[in-house]
Design a protein around this ligand. Structure first.
Ligand code: NAP
Length: 514
């Protein structure tokens, strides 16, 4: 790693680096590894917490696991032969990311306990000035946000929430200090997080009330342990594991046919999910409550082998009456009943579609990212934004998926950014700024495509803003995204060159060729 230049500016120090990465989940670490392997050693990673892992560090609630198979939900360049299960638990995924830090020597690049709280582009210096909450100042030519799409918990707007007398916490901020055994516990929400938590805690607690606003579509999770023999095979024959990964990838891409090509194809999946519900839940009244009233796929399809079963335990009840308010003793539903509780878990998801700038970011002429994104975030290939030179957003607008591994999308974006950094170095380019017309055309096309997807079929989900704009999902096959991000086309950008280069006319011609 190149020595970071530190100098004092007034009372505060400024730490200079070429590329500043914010966040150390799959996105931040993946970007760091890519730069390291390309011989670009002059970078730092800001991490707000005291450890790496991003969402896989934060979401450590009981039962947390990935609902994409681990052979696919891992870096393509670092297969892990000994995943313990097809769908690895959170602790194992976090361990995988921690191993990456050691394996690729990222330790010296990581600055822990540094939460970025503002970034400003200094057009004259052509540098990003970034401040962290502890008052440290960073200066970087390139700013790469890897803060993730699901990092900000959404707290429900329910009257009296703060008045609750027992313990309350969000699923993404699970409180390990609270012992749930023999307690009366309420869980608000029935999304991907809740359906993992409920079966896991149901047998420990005295009473469990699950507050459901809408019933989710759930299918069986084809999970199983991966035995020692299989692990040894993968270790000795990496090609076999690659084959397993590709098979999972292709099977999942087929799902995109229903999500983005012709939602009518999802009817088959709907019938399968309804049959699964019928098989698991013989009680007709409970089954009726658990039957979704929207098209399968409009919200994320959930996977579970034990959620329906856990709801039928004698100490568990599914409450479908709307929540009216929260009181010191518990939750009051609209029919006037008070549900006495000792602990309240808010499995209410994340703020993903609205006000999604990773932190206050000011581009050229002081443009504020959040203000520009007021009516819904927009970028180009989820990665670059007009008026924000040398800013890259991994897992930026419309890069999310309903059907496959986010790590695939993250790696595609990383390849795109890395190609940019390489070309900047080769052609001595100081700054790249997306052309506004490229951003406009791209988003016009996205909007038209999103209209035809299942996500626009009429349901409320975290995929869309309150006004209905889908700012989160990629409306296509993932291989299209990979194809479009495999090369950074300088022609889509306004270029500014290093001062030294500007003085050499023969090199200026290179830029015109682009
Ligand atoms: P979510 O899918 O957004 O679910 C939030 C739940 O809370 C929904 O059931 C929602 O009801 C309910 N809710 C929100 N506000 C409410 C209110 N005021 N009153 C009553 N109910 C309320 O959040 P999540 O479960 O945390 O999952 C978010 C995403 O994270 C997933 O879609 C997935 O992408 C990812 N995730 C993945 C995994 C995994 O890999 N296994 C696990 C967890 C999360 P409505 O449906 O009616 O809005």
């Amino acid at each position: 790693m190149q020595a970071e230049a530190v100098y004092t500016r007034g009372m505060s120090e400024e730490i200079r680096t070429h590329a500043l990465v914010v966040g150390s989940g799959f996105a931040g670490l993946g970007m760091a590894i890519a730069m390291k392997q390309a011989g670009m050693d002059d970078f730092l990673i800001l991490e707000a917490a005291e450890g790496v892992g991003g969402t896989w560090r934060d979401n450590h609630y009981p039962g947390a696991a990935c609902d994409v198979e681990s052979h696919l939900y891992s870096f393509s360049f670092r297969p892990k032969a000994d995943w313990s299960r097809m769908y690895a638990p959170q602790r194992e995924i976090l361990g995988y990311l921690e191993e990456c830090v050691d394996a690729y020597g990222l330790g010296p690049h990581l600055h822990f306990g540094r939460r970025a709280c503002g970034a400003r582009y200094d057009a004259r210096a052509r540098r990003w000035k970034v401040e962290t909450e502890d008052g440290t100042h960073y200066s970087a030519a390139v700013l790469i946000s890897g803060t993730g799409g699901l990092s900000r918990p959404a707290y429900p707007d329910i009257a009296g929430l703060d008045s609750f007398g027992g313990a309350t916490f969000h699923s993404a901020r699970w409180s390990d200090d609270v012992d749930l055994r023999h307690k009366r516990v309420g869980v608000i929400g029935t999304g991907a997080s809740a359906i993992q938590i409920v079966p896991e805690i149901a047998s420990d607690v005295r009473e469990l009330t699950v507050f459901q606003r809408s019933a989710p579509w759930i299918v069986a999770r084809p999970d199983r342990a991966i035995g020692k023999v299989e692990q040894a095979l993968f270790r000795r024959m990496p090609a076999l594991q690659l084959l397993a990964r590709k098979a999972i990838y292709l099977r999942r891409e087929l799902l995109a046919l229903g999500f983005v090509v012709d939602p009518r194809l999802l009817k088959v999946a709907e019938r399968m999910a309804a049959a699964y519900l019928a098989k698991c839940v013989p009680d007709l009244e409970l089954r009726r409550k658990l039957t979704p009233d929207y098209r399968l796929g409009c919200k994320r399809v959930l996977l579970s082998n034990d959620y329906y079963q856990s709801l039928q335990r004698p100490n568990v009840q599914l409450e479908t009456e709307a929540i009216e308010r929260i009181e010191p003793r518990g939750v009051v539903t609209r029919d006037g009943r008070l549900h006495d509780l000792d602990v309240l878990v808010l499995a209410t998801g994340f703020a993903a579609a609205e006000a999604v700038a990773p932190f206050p970011v000011r581009g050229v002429d002081g443009s504020e990212l959040d203000a520009l994104w007021q009516d819904g975030a927009e970028a180009y290939l989820g990665t670059t934004v007009a008026r924000f030179p040398n800013l890259f957003t991994i897992v930026g607008p419309n890069t999310g998926l309903g059907h496959s591994s986010m790590v695939f999308m993250i790696e595609s974006q990383i390849a795109y950014i890395l190609d940019c950094l390489r070309q900047m170095r080769r052609h001595e380019i100081a700054a790249v700024t997306l052309r506004p017309e490229i951003q406009r055309a791209y988003n016009r096309d996205l909007a038209a495509r999103l209209e035809r997807t299942v996500w626009a079929s009429g349901c409320r989900s975290w995929y869309r803003t309150a006004s209905g704009k889908n700012t989160t999902l990629w409306p296509g096959f993932t291989f299209e995204f990979w194809w479009r991000t495999r090369h950074f086309d300088l022609g889509d950008y306004e270029l500014e060159f290093d001062a030294a280069r500007d003085e050499r006319p023969e090199t200026r011609r290179v830029s015109l060729a682009n």
